[in-house]
Ligand binder design. Structure first.
Ligand code: PLP
Length: 414
C-alpha cells in the first residue's frame, strides 16, 4: 500500500519551477526528462501534473527498496533527531555497526566509507598504488581496466573507465592506465605484466551495456593477478547490494577480489560509498594517507545499516532471484514477439538489458521516451540497450503491468 497519497487534481498547484527552469540555472551536464517527479512510494512516482509512473529505473539501481520505504525513513529520521555529523576526529556507533555488518557478510576485514561510487573507486585505486609501491616499489603503478567499463567521473576514475567520450577534453590524464577488451582472457594475460598494481573490473558491466563477465574470465583475472602480485578490484557499485540475487555478485562466481567497491543501492538514495578490503592490504593506508569529511557520517551509516539489514536476508535475496527470472522470461517473450526491434536479453537478477536489433541501433533513447509517455520509466545503457533495473521489491503484479505498458509502447513504436 502507498505510504503517501497520490496527487489528485484537487491538490495540484501551479509549480514555481519546471523542467524549463533547468535550462536557465543548471550547468548543462544533463538532459533530464521533461517531467519532474514530486512524490514517490515504492515503485510509484507522480510528476508535477499528478501523472503516475511505474519506476523501473530505481534512480539507476539506487533506490533498491523503493521510494519512501517506511523502515528507511524511520532510520533516517531517528538519526536526524540525534547526531548528524562529527568529522572523522570522532567515530560513531552507526558506522562501526555498518563496518561490522559489511565485513561479516563479505570476504573483507576492513571498510572505508565515502560518499559515492567514484570516491570508493578513487580510494581503491589509491590504495592499490600505495600497497604496490610499499611492497614492490614505485615502478609497480599500472592499473588495467576494461573497455566499456564505468568507474566514476573524478579525473582518476574517469581515466580508468574505458569510455573515451568521457575523458575527451580533460587531458592531461593520469598516467599508467591501460584498457583491455572485456571478457578477453588472452588480452588480459598479455596486459597483466610485472608493472601492474591492480586490475579493476565490473562483474557485470552496467553503463557499458549490461554485460556479465564470464566465469572463466574472472577466474583468469584472479589467477593472473596472483601470479603478478597485482590486486583484483571488483567495482560492484551498480551490480552489488542484492541487485543480482546475492549480496554481492562475486559471491555467485566464487571468485573473491582483494578490494570491492560499493555505493548506489548501499544508501537507497542517501549518498554513501564503501571500499572493502583485507587486513593486509588495508595496512598500506595509515593515519592521514586518505580521507573525506563526510565519509561514514552517522546519517548515511544509519541508513545504509538498515538497507543492508533488509537486503541481506535469505528470503529477500531469494525473492530477487525469483523476480529476476520472471522479469527475464517476460523480456524474452518481448524479444520473441518484437524480433524486428530486439535481438536478445542479458544480465542477471534485476539488472537486465534488452538489446536492440541490428536495424534499430542507436534507438534505445527513443524506446525509453516512448515508454515514459505511457507511464513506464526505463533506463538505457548506451545507445543500443534498454536497461531494466527496478527496485528489488518489485511485485509480480508490477512486472505484469510493466509488460503491458512496454507492449503498448512497442505496438505503436516506429
Ligand atoms: C554509477 C557507477 C559508478 C560511479 O558512482 P557515482 O556514485 O556516480 O560516483 C562507478 N562504478 C559503477 C560500476 C557505476 O555503475
Amino acid at each position: 500500500m502507498s505510504a503517501v497519497s497520490p496527487i489528485t487534481s484537487a491538490n495540484i498547484t501551479t509549480p514555481s519551477v519546471t523542467r524549463a527552469t533547468f535550462d536557465d540555472v543548471m550547468v548543462p551536464t544533463y538532459a533530464p526528462s521533461t517531467m519532474v517527479p514530486v512524490r514517490g512510494s515504492g515503485l510509484d512516482l507522480w510528476d508535477q501534473n499528478g501523472k503516475h509512473y511505474l519506476d523501473f529505473t530505481s534512480g539507476i539501481a539506487v533506490t533498491s527498496l523503493g521510494h519512501a520505504h517506511p523502515a528507511i525513513v524511520e532510520a533516517l529520521c531517528a538519526q536526524a533527531n540525534n547526531v548528524w555529523h562529527l568529522s572523522n576526529g570522532y567515530t560513531n556507533e552507526p558506522v562501526l555497526k555498518l563496518a561490522q555488518a559489511l565485513t561479516q557478510a563479505t570476504f573483507a576485514d576492513r571498510a572505508f566509507f565515502c560518499n559515492s561510487g567514484a570516491e570508493a573507486n578513487e580510494a581503491a585505486f589509491k590504495l592499490a598504488r600505495k600497497y604496490a609501491h610499499g611492497k614492490f616499489g614505485s615502478q609497480k603503478s599500472r592499473i588495467i581496466s576494461c573497455l566499456n567499463s564505468f568507474h566514476g567521473r573524478t579525473l582518476f576514475t574517469v581515466s580508468v573507465g574505458g569510455q573515451e567520450k568521457y575523458t575527451e577534453g580533460f587531458e592531461p590524464l593520469p598516467p599508467a592506465i591501460s584498457h583491455i577488451a572485456f571478457n578477453d582472457i588472452e588480452a588480459a594475460r598479455a596486459a597483466i605484466k610485472d608493472d601492474v598494481c591492480a586490475v579493476v573490473v565490473e562483474p557485470i558491466q552496467g553503463e557499458g551495456g549490461v554485460t556479465p563477465a564470464t566465469l572463466e574470465y574472472l577466474q583468469a583475472l584472479r589467477a593472473f593477478c596472483d601470479e603478478k602480485g597485482a590486486l583484483l578490484i571488483f567495482d560492484e557499485v551498480q551490480c552489488g547490494m542484492g541487485r543480482t540475487g546475492t549480496l554481492y555478485t562475486y559471491m555467485q562466481y566464487g571468485v573473491a577480489p582483494d578490494i570491492l567497491t560499493s555505493a548506489k543501492a548501499l544508501g537507497n538514495g542517501y549518498p554513501i560509498g564503501a571500499m572493502l578490503t583485507t587486513n593486509e592490504i588495508a595496512q598500506a593506508f595509515s593515519v592521514g594517507s586518505h580521507g573525506t569529511t563526510y565519509g561514514g557520517n552517522p546519517l548515511a551509516a544509519s541508513v545504509a545499516l538498515k538497507v543492508l539489514e533488509i537486503i541481506n536476508t535469505p528470503s529477500f535475496l531469494t525473492r530477487v532471484q525469483q523476480a529476476g527470472i520472471l522479469m527475464k522470461n517476460m523480456l524474452q517473450s518481448i524479444v520473441d514477439d518484437y524480433s524486428h526491434l530486439f535481438s536478445g536479453v542479458r544480465g542477471t537478477g534485476l539488472l537486465l538489458g534488452l538489446v536492440l536489433a541490428e536495424g534499430c541501433r542507436g534507438r534505445a533513447k527513443d524506446v525509453r521516451n516512448a515508454a515514459e509517455a505511457k507511464g513506464l520509466m526505463l533506463l538505457i545503457a548506451g545507445p543500443d540497450v534498454i536497461r531494466i533495473a527496478p527496485a528489488l521489491i518489485v511485485s509480480d503484479e508490477q512486472i505484469a503491468t510493466a509488460e503491458r505498458l512496454l507492449r503498448d509502447t512497442l505496438n505503436t513504436f516506429n
